[in-house]
Design a protein around this ligand. Structure first.
Ligand SMILES: [Zn+2]
Length: 328
């Protein structure tokens, strides 16, 4: 919680907007480093497990790694000037903290988290034949003390069922951003960088380069960054969703998870998590395990990143994002 008097905050925001807007408007933010995180990993954290235990035995950690490796290669190919940093390139376990640290240490400008979803399976039953069972018809003979119970066996034919897990019908790719109420966690990540925090403008004013984020003014500044990160996260998430829409698979939209996604909050940069598909949907599982599917996903995400880069680096984007406070 930030304890700043509302009036003071208002004044400060006004001052800040007058002071900073020209700096934001005139220089452009370059997308220099992208961090690609293959979700899960190692024997300790396989992630979700596929549906076809006998044929594919697929594990989320392997799918995320295969897609991430292809995504890294595709990003390097399409954006040769951008530094692409994977959190892992082999089947190793990493603590989420370690992943966030890697991203923060290389001063990433964008964090792409690759995952695969799974949904709850319902139980179905089907008739596989019939079988005979013996039942008993009970009758009574006589009256009073002499009353006798007579059990007469008879055969009936009943259906024989087999029970099985119904394949998941849900399929497609969804994109996740950190929940708005979790902004304070994002603030902590930003404020941790206090001191050597690079201002959004790239080659900014030297006065801003050693900004102290622990001061009340600094906290407001950090809050502004958190807001900008959220806007940018939403922008890249929307672009990924749009690119998925252009494929034959379903795009499930941009979502905010109520339960926080820790790694998205701990990274000091715009961050999204992509649930590439449902590992326990038969069709998605085949797609996620195929070279073709993995490559398509890598290209889809890359196309979104290329568009994102163009937008954030264009003059237009800088001026539209500051129109609210820029006098024309
Ligand atoms: Zn996952």
């Amino acid at each position: 919680m930030l304890k700043v008097k509302p009036i003071a905050l208002l004044h400060f925001c006004f001052l800040l907007s007058v002071f900073i807007t020209p700096v934001f408007a005139q220089s452009q933010k370059k997308l220099k480093t992208i961090v690609v995180d293959a979700g899960h990993g190692g024997a300790k954290d396989p992630g979700a497990i596929g549906q076809y235990e006998n044929s594919l035995r697929s594990k989320e950690k392997d799918i995320t790694l295969a897609i991430s490796n292809k995504l890294v290669a595709e990003l390097k190919k399409q954006l040769p000037d951008v530094n692409i940093v994977p959190t892992r390139t082999t089947d190793i376990y990493q603590d989420p903290k370690e992943k966030a640290n890697i991203a923060n240490e290389v001063k990433g400008d964008l964090f792409l988290c690759i995952h695969a979803d799974s949904g709850p399976l319902k139980t179905g039953k089907r008739q596989i034949g019939t079988h005979e069972v013996t039942r008993h018809r009970i009758t009574y003979k006589g009256k009073g003390r002499k009353k006798k119970r007579i059990s007469t066996p008879y055969q009936v034919t009943v259906p024989l069922y087999e029970y099985f897990k119904l394949p998941l019908t849900r399929s497609g790719t969804s994109v996740w951003i950190f929940a708005a109420h979790k902004t304070s966690d994002k603030l902590k990540a930003i404020m941790k960088e206090e001191g050597d925090f690079e201002i959004e403008t790239g080659e900014a004013d030297s006065a801003f380069n050693n900004f102290d984020f622990s001061t009340p003014e600094g906290k407001v500044m950090a809050q502004m960054y958190a807001k900008r990160y959220q806007e940018k996260s939403d922008r890249i998430a929307t672009l990924v969703n749009e690119e998925v829409e252009k494929t034959h698979r379903s795009a499930l939209g941009v979502n905010q998870r109520q339960k926080g996604i820790w790694v998205l909050q701990a990274t000091n940069m715009p961050a999204i998590l992509i649930e590439t598909g449902f590992i326990n949907n038969p069709e998605d599982e085949r797609y996620l395990n195929s070279e073709k599917g993995q490559q398509e996903l890598a290209e889809v995400i890359t196309r979104a990143v290329v568009r994102y880069k163009q937008i954030i680096e264009s003059h237009k984007a800088n001026s539209t994002s500051t129109t609210a406070s820029t006098p024309r």
